[in-house]
Design a protein around this ligand. Structure first.
Ligand code: LMR
Length: 334
């Protein structure tokens, strides 16, 4: 090789190394809800802090509202490395083969956010994350949304009011069993399709925290909303493990700090976001909101607690017991 060609090659190499050193690492963060929700806002917050803390070495691009991928596709995309971060609902890990996360779907297992945090900030939550690793996925944090309520076009005051209703659920066998316990007909459906299914009558009703109901305008096509708060819906923030482990250690450390801050932020705003959404639904006047009496809510609890025993073989009796212990829950005392 001529010396000039060698020199040219060396200069080109040096230039491309400089260029790549300046190129930020791009993290595509895909999710299915509106921007103006606890998850939507926390994802934006993470993007901002990741950029600041890494001094521009990382650029997080957030794709909200299923604009990049829908529920099922997003998991596949993460495993293939087409996106680097997601925050799916804990009810959506069954199809991936990690059934244990469905423990969060057990009706009435958490009375409030404090109970929930004993699990998500504790040993059980961390142990659940290890189940993701053989799938090439790393769990980074748990982000709160809130407690789900039932909606339909007919009033809901007692368990029997949902008998025979087609109810949209997320892809969780626990939620399927929950609906069967109410003699309703569960229909698994991607989140992006729920509004239209409610509008056209493909399904009669659904369940979600109010922030999701409101930001997807579901209240405009549901005449009744009963504040049952019968189950929890929240998220696991996850990343492609190979991608995460391949990041330079200093950058990974900065992203861990950004994630910690975003988790604090998400879990601080979740309740107020849901309260504000409820107020907005009330103001819209499009849905009749019914607050159950404690006795009426207890009637739902007594029926739905049977789901816990029925789902022991799927989720693991020990896991359910460890949550009972963490939160001081005793179903025999109902
Ligand atoms: C749903 O599908 O109802 C929710 O999981 C959507 C979400 O991510 O909050």
């Amino acid at each position: 090789m001529k010396i000039s060609a060698l020199l040219f090659g060396m200069v080109a190499c040096a230039l491309s190394a400089t260029a790549s050193a300046q190129q930020p690492v791009v993290i595509k963060f895909s999710h299915v809800v509106a921007q103006d929700t606890p998850k939507g806002k926390a994802a934006e917050y993470f993007a901002k802090r990741a950029g600041e803390l890494t001094k521009g070495k990382v650029k997080v691009e957030v794709y909200a509202n299923s604009t990049l991928y829908k529920d099922k596709e997003e998991m596949e995309a993460l495993q293939l490395g087409a996106v680097q971060m997601l925050a799916p609902s804990l009810a959506k890990f069954g199809p991936l083969g990690v059934k244990e996360f469905e423990v969060f779907d057990l009706p009435f297992i958490f009375d409030n956010y404090d109970d929930l945090h004993k699990v998500t900030y504790g040993a059980v939550g961390q142990q659940l994350f290890t189940k993701l690793e053989p799938k090439g996925i790393k769990g980074l944090a748990y982000w709160d949304n809130g407690f789900k309520s039932f909606s339909a076009n007919t009033p809901i005051k007692k368990p029997d009011d949902l008998r025979g209703k087609k109810m949209r659920i997320q892809s969780s066998k626990v939620l399927e069993e929950q609906m069967r316990e109410l003699k309703a007909l569960p229909q698994v459906m991607a989140f992006s399709e729920v509004y239209q299914a409610l509008q056209t009558g493909v399904v009669d009703g659904t369940e979600n925290p109010i922030s999701n109901l409101y930001t997807q305008k579901m209240h405009e096509v549901q005449k009744h909303l009963a504040l049952t708060e019968h189950g929890y819906l929240g998220y696991a923030v996850i990343t492609n493990k190979k991608f995460w482990d391949g990041l330079p250690a200093d950058v990974r450390g900065q992203l861990e700090v950004a994630m910690k801050e975003s988790t604090e932020y998400a879990n601080k705003i979740a309740k107020e976001e849901n309260d504000q959404s409820l107020e907005a639904v009330r103001k819209s006047g499009k849905t009749e909101i019914y607050k159950l009496t404690p006795e009426e809510r207890m009637a739902f609890k007594k029926v739905l607690v049977h789901v816990h025993k029925k789902m022991e073989s799927r989720i693991g009796a020990d896991l359910i017991k460890s949550i009972y212990q963490a939160t001081d829950f005793d179903p025999s005392k109902l």
